[in-house]
Design a protein around this ligand. Structure first.
Ligand SMILES: [Fe+2]
Ligand SMILES: [Fe+2]
Length: 232
């Protein structure tokens, strides 16, 4: 995660900077020059690094699962309702884009992928196939349940990152563009997940039988998978 933190040359605090500046600035001209110097970045704490690593790991695992769910759902759904082909393709393409993003991020920051990759792959494929065999309503209820949990999951991550940003800014530190880019990426992906949720509801997710049991079980499974993937 070193890329999110500052280089060693920028690790002095703003207070230290101000002290060194005030000792050498004796005129108003010099003072205005020093005030325009860029603010330093604050090094990540061990717990912030651990949070970012686990966030990237769980996001990559979740997006892999999403691509596998749509891959398994699409043939049975489209065989019965060919008009849903473009929608299934659109949602798959967006999930594949999310997966590419997190594959690149975990490689760049040398984050270990989840050790339960094979297990999540089997479960996601099974979930996608079994809900699609039940019919369009069940497949859409699956998407509704998954995206409800994932939307909330991304929102929680965004909130935590914004709290880090607010803290750094309050202490007089700069916020690196790589960090703000990550927040923007999470917001874009969150919005696309919520778009999938809308598609699911518009395609009769709530008519699935038994709706409550299906969505409750899938949501509980998602929460469990998120919890485990953050750690393992
Ligand atoms: Fe996604
Ligand atoms: Fe999604």
């Amino acid at each position: 995660m070193s890329e999110y933190g500052p280089t060693s040359s920028t690790t002095c605090s703003p207070a230290q900077n101000r002290r060194s500046q005030s000792s050498s600035s004796t005129t108003s001209t010099t003072s205005s020059t020093t005030e325009s110097q860029p603010r330093p970045l604050k090094p990540l704490t061990p717990s912030q690094r651990a949070f970012l690593s686990s966030a990237l790991r769980v996001n990559q695992a979740g997006e892999l699962a999403a691509t596998l769910i749509y891959t398994a759902q699409t043939p049975p759904i489209v065989a019965r309702e060919p008009h849903l082909g473009p929608l299934m393709r659109h949602m798959y393409d967006q999930e594949a884009g999310h997966l590419t993003t997190f594959n690149q991020l975990i490689a760049k920051h040398r984050v270990r992928p989840t050790a339960l990759y094979p297990l999540w792959s089997v479960l996601a494929t099974g979930l996608g196939w079994s809900t699609a065999v039940l019919g369009r309503e069940a497949a859409m209820a699956c998407t509704e349940a998954v995206e409800t949990e994932i939307g909330g999951h991304y929102n929680a991550q965004i909130r935590q990152l914004l709290e880090m940003v607010a803290e750094w800014e309050a202490d007089g530190y700069a916020v690196g563009s790589e960090f703000t880019d990550l927040i923007d990426t999470l917001r874009r992906i969150r919005d696309e997940e919520l778009e999938h949720l809308d598609h699911a509801i518009n395609h009769d997710a709530k008519k699935a039988q038994p709706y409550w049991l299906l969505t409750s079980a899938i949501r509980a499974g998602c929460r469990g998978a998120i919890w485990v993937s953050e750690k393992v």
